[in-house]
Design a protein around this ligand. Structure first.
Ligand SMILES: [Fe+2]
Length: 248
């Protein structure tokens, strides 16, 4: 008698292919913002606007991820998350937290990133950060693992596109670009780590559905975020008042 695969059997490769397909179904890895940002120099106001919105995402992410690491059941997954958190925070080296390296990039083009707790964020930035908080800190942790997979999967493309955009500015030196070089160096590790976490959950259909839900929700949040930046910087003709500080 030949053994028959159970009907619901799905290989690890199929799970990843499905996640990748969902991510590619929205304009996150390729989007109008990347294309336009690479195509022309931005004014100081536009750079300030970009920096303040983007910073909100990268500044809050390590803390959100730390909250998720507390919630997962699997110690193996917790290890993978912990590695990424420590990496995001510069392995404990002063001045090497990733958000600090981004501040260094911005200083090289004459921009001081605003205090993210005081700046007014566009609805798409707010939706991204609040959406990540909801997914990583409230919803089932396996949904968040799927969401984190998206973040790492599109991370390399994001870094590459932003790098090409900043390379245009003559005041930037190789040293100022550490934020980008570092990410080019480590991003595949992050993808490998989160892929290990995903693999812990591929065997049951409910978990696979949660992985897919998380991957797609985060892809949509990110796509909306880039579209929001694109609209505000490259489409709307009204000048950007910068920085838009809250009145408290
Ligand atoms: Fe990072």
């Amino acid at each position: 008698m030949t053994s028959v695969k159970p009907k619901e059997y799905v290989s690890v490769e199929e799970v990843f292919a499905r996640l990748d397909q969902l991510i590619e179904s929205v304009p996150v890895d390729k989007n109008s913002f990347y294309d336009s940002f690479r195509a022309r120099d931005l004014s100081k106001d536009e750079l300030q606007f970009f920096a303040d919105q983007y910073f909100y995402y990268i500044r809050t992410f390590p803390q959100i991820l730390a909250g998720l690491s507390h919630r997962v059941d699997s110690e193996a997954v917790r290890v993978e998350l912990a590695k990424t958190i420590v990496s995001e925070l510069g392995d404990g080296h002063p001045g090497k937290k990733h958000f600090e390296l981004f501040q260094k990039v911005m200083r090289a083009v004459g921009i001081e990133v605003s205090d993210y707790r005081k700046v007014k964020h566009i609805p798409e930035s707010e939706a991204l950060v609040q959406g990540l908080r909801q997914i990583f800190l409230v919803d089932p942790p396996i949904v968040a693992i799927g969401g984190h997979y998206t973040i790492e999967k599109v991370g390399l493309g994001m870094i590459h596109n932003l790098y090409e955009a900043f390379r245009r500015y003559p005041s930037i030196t190789v040293e100022d670009m550490e934020y980008f070089y570092l990410h080019l160096f480590i991003e595949q590790d992050h993808v490998a780590w989160i892929s290990e976490a995903v693999k812990q959950h591929v065997d049951d259909p409910e978990s696979r559905a949660q992985l897919e839900e998380g991957a797609l929700r985060v892809a949509k949040l990110l796509a909306d975020f880039w579209e929001g930046l694109y609209q505000n910087i490259f489409v709307k003709s009204v000048p950007l008042p910068q920085p838009q500080l809250l009145s408290n």
